[in-house]
Design a protein around this ligand. Structure first.
Ligand code: ZN
Length: 113
């Protein structure tokens, strides 16, 4: 399961950050998850929950900040909300666009003491 290794990765990063900042407990972790990131949020939740006990994230609140994807058409330069990576521009039908946001899975903030 892809989400399981993602969760393990997240915990590793949080553990390193906690060590660097001399945090003993993590109160809150905010994750930013784009709608085009390919991450199954429920699966990630389950994976994180199962890894939380005994980890640096034990007892922490995990907040998911869902980022809605947006893209800009390279033909007509208009912005639109893509359903996936291969969708056509709703304004001119072109398939060439760049994704502006929505691909991310990252740690937005970590707080603790
Ligand atoms: Zn277009």
């Amino acid at each position: 399961m892809h989400e399981f290794s993602l969760a393990r990765n997240i915990i590793e990063i949080v553990t390193e950050t906690a060590l660097k900042n001399k945090l003993r407990t993590i109160g809150e972790l905010v994750l930013e998850i784009g709608t085009l990131s390919g991450v199954e949020v429920t699966a990630l939740d389950m994976a994180l929950e199962s890894l939380q006990p005994g980890s640096v994230l034990e007892g922490a609140t995990i907040i998911r900040d869902i980022v809605e994807a947006s893209a800009r058409c390279l033909e007509c330069q208009k912005e639109f909300i893509p359903d996936d990576f291969y969708c056509a521009c709703p304004h001119c039908g072109s398939f060439s666009h760049e994704v502006l946001q929505g691909k991310e899975l990252r740690i937005k903030s970590i707080s603790g003491e």
